[in-house]
Design a protein around this ligand. Structure first.
Ligand SMILES: [Ca+2]
Ligand SMILES: [Ca+2]
Length: 201
């Protein structure tokens, strides 16, 4: 009887872990497998860093309705160290000197098909990148997040006001140009304040 109780107890403890574990890894494994096929046609660049076995790294992913936004690389590909910032609506994607293709290594899966982020955006498959804010490889920021802490707060507006002429890094400038006019001005600080006021209202 005691044994039976122990077994039941063990099952109660392990079944949820198993179920959670399966759910947590399935999507990542599925994406890895699919991206291996996706990249397979590429020429391998083993001058970069020959891994013992070529594999796919899925860095970040998020499911939104019927699509998955994720970042991935194939380890057999060379890395582009360019600092690229691309804007998609109210978000900025900062390559941080990594990942390829499309400089950013971000993809969208819908109905089993893989699209680069740019393809998905240009074709209207993805119209809001904000669920991916907080991705770290590459980094995805909200426009207005001037101090790059992944949140838009009044501190970001203050930072612009204080340092309009001296915003240093390219990513800082990109996320600070809230109204997307190509320059960082006090109007961008105002735009952040208005945005925050709208959220609070
Ligand atoms: Ca911020
Ligand atoms: Ca501006």
């Amino acid at each position: 009887m005691k044994k039976l109780l122990c077994c039941i107890l063990a099952l109660l403890v392990f079944i949820p872990m198993f179920v959670v574990g399966v759910n947590a890894t399935t999507l990542e494994e599925e994406l890895s497998k699919q991206m291996f096929d996706y990249f397979e046609g590429d020429e391998w660049d083993l001058s970069y860093h020959p891994p013992e076995l070529p594999y796919i790294i899925i860095y970040d992913y998020v499911e939104v309705d019927d699509i998955v936004i994720f970042s991935a690389i194939a380890t057999w590909r060379g890395v582009d160290f360019a600092e690229v910032v691309e804007r998609y609506g109210d978000c900025c994607v900062h390559s941080g000197g990594t990942l390829y293709p499309s400089h950013t290594g971000m993809f969208v899966r819908k109905d089993g098909e893989i699209y680069t982020l740019k393809e998905a955006w240009d074709n209207g498959i993805l119209t809001d990148l904000s669920p991916a804010v907080g991705f770290c490889m590459p980094k995805v920021y909200s426009v207005g997040d001037v101090d790059l802490d992944f949140y838009v707060s009044i501190l970001d507006a203050t930072l612009i006001q204080r340092r309009v002429a001296q915003l240093g890094s390219i990513s800082l400038r990109e996320t600070a140009d809230v109204d997307d006019d190509g320059d960082v001005t006090v109007l961008d600080a105002t735009a952040i304040q208005m945005k925050l006021a709208k959220v609070e209202a």
